[in-house]
Design a protein around this ligand. Structure first.
Ligand SMILES: Cc1ncc(COP(=O)(O)O)c(C=O)c1O
Length: 295
């Protein structure tokens, strides 16, 4: 059963209700985080809370709870959830206001934390690799909306995903207005060429993904070159390996992009990173659990 913390109250998710006057619902006016927990320990929670705080600051939204209060609410949800592992959606909306886009009269933001299972990706795709298309829908330009803001506005990502559905693909890649690769509809993209890992820079329109950051750290530790570089569709089509990263999906190998089959799937570099990622999760979960038990 899904469980939800809604402005201080823990309820079953189907009983959690939000007002039709909430500007998060009316205009996508809000910010969010997707957070994984393993063995009832939230993974990279500090990073998620910091990104949430910065996203809210950037849109001038006052989070109605302190970070320790949110952390405590997150652990209430994790402990109330039936499984030890799962996925959390932490959402802060602008709150209730009059029907008009102006947020000035929204008195207080609203927060909820929803726990659920993480079956976003099938086992078959995890094993055999994802089929991607490059969508004709472009990502919002960084000069329109800074890609570091993880906001509730996902409509163009949804439109890209609709294109993927129509094409029978698993995920869509969005380009920016210049035709450079940005990211997937809900994930970052990496390619590997001649043993070097490359991913689009945030300035081209990629979210500063926390899994992406973890990959940079792991590559550094493994002494595999890893850089943020502007990429064109050509770079994806001709890559040796390609994979997607995100909290919900973790690391997923890519088999095919717009009908071009990649040389290796899952490739060697991907498999090395995946093992290192799993080990990193395991060690951090151990560490977090010991630190929380001691405090
Ligand atoms: C558009 C987009 N890009 C990338 C990501 C991956 O980010 P993270 O690794 O922090 O989950 C997400 C995750 O929700 C996303 O929505």
């Amino acid at each position: 059963m899904s469980i939800c913390w809604l402005d201080g109250k823990l309820v079953s998710a189907d009983k959690a209700k939000i007002s039709v006057f909430d500007h998060g619902l009316l205009y996508g006016d809000g910010v969010f985080e997707g957070i994984r927990f393993y063995q009832r320990q939230a993974f990279r929670l500090e990073d998620h809370l910091q990104r949430l705080k910065y996203s809210a600051l950037a849109i001038g939204l006052n989070i109605p709870y302190s970070m320790p209060e949110l952390e405590s609410a997150i652990y209430q949800v994790i402990h109330a959830f039936a499984e030890t592992d799962g996925y959390l959606r932490l959402v802060i909306t602008r709150g209730i206001g009059p029907l008009g886009i102006n947020p000035a009269q929204c008195q207080r933001g609203s927060a909820f934390i929803l726990a659920d299972q993480t079956n976003f990706i099938s086992e078959q795709v995890k094993q055999n690799g994802a089929k991607l298309i490059i969508a004709s829908t472009r990502r919002l330009s960084p000069d329109g909306l800074d890609p570091r803001i993880k906001s509730l506005n996902y409509l163009n990502h949804i439109l890209a995903r609709v294109e993927a559905n129509h094409a029978g693909a698993d995920e869509a890649i969005l380009l920016n207005a210049q035709g450079h690769v940005t990211e997937g509809s809900a994930d970052n993209i990496f390619i590997i060429r001649n043993g070097v890992i490359l991913t689009p820079p945030v300035s081209d329109g990629a979210l500063q993904g926390i899994t992406r950051e973890t990959i940079f750290e792991l590559a550094n530790k493994l002494e595999i070159e890893c850089h943020a570089r502007t990429l064109a569709p050509y770079d994806l089509y001709t890559a040796d390996e390609c994979f997607l990263s995100g909290t919900a999906m973790e690391l997923i190998p890519v088999a095919e992009i717009d009908g071009r089959r990649l040389a290796f799937c899952p490739g060697e570099v991907f498999q090395t990173l995946l093992q290192a990622y799993k080990a990193r999760v395991y060690s951090e979960v151990e560490y977090t659990s010991q630190r929380r038990a001691a405090s």
